[in-house]
Design a protein around this ligand. Structure first.
Ligand code: AMP
Length: 141
């Protein structure tokens, strides 16, 4: 997958714009988010340009994912955070602004006011079964 000329994260990978990089491997790069939701907020990106998570070859996603436990441990040690969120937005409807796959690791502390307010809903009668059947069909190919 070639670099996208107008992609800010491709430019970071190429070293054309600066980044506060904490880790670089053959497959991925991790750096400080320039607009952190909390101190130590990290982004982890594949070095190749893919727009959405499902565009990535599974092997490349696996290579990136292998770094996540170590990055999570480092985040806790560096920031002293009590926890962290791993967040990955796909599509503008989901809040994706930079169209190069990225994983956020966001340090959290109790009562910090960050995060989604989950509003769980209930399926109307029969709807969950319809959706379940659709998933099974689609995943069966
Ligand atoms: P998203 O809304 O999931 O697309 O998040 C994009 C993230 O990229 C935001 O949190 C931005 O602060 C971050 N970001 C954008 N440009 C840069 C940059 N040059 N260096 C580091 N982080 C960036």
């Amino acid at each position: 997958m070639a670099a996208e000329p107008n992609c800010v994260f491709c430019k970071i990978v190429a070293g054309e714009i600066p980044s506060a990089t904490v880790l670089r491997t053959e497959a991925c790069q991790a750096f400080l988010d320039i607009g952190p939701l909390s101190e130590g907020h990290l982004l982890v990106i594949p070095v190749k340009h893919y727009t959405r998570m499902e565009d990535m070859p599974p092997e490349e996603l696996a290579q990136l994912s292998r770094e996540l436990p170590g990055l999570g441990r480092a985040l806790v040690e560096v920031t002293g955070a009590a926890g962290y969120n791993l967040l990955q937005n796909n599509g503008s409807a989901a809040g994706q602004e930079v169209t190069h796959v990225h994983f956020h690791l966001i340090p959290r502390s109790t009562g910090d006011g960050l995060g989604y307010r989950w509003r769980p809903q209930a399926y109307p009668e029969g709807r969950a079964d319809q959706i379940l059947a659709r998933y099974r069909d689609v995943l069966a190919g």
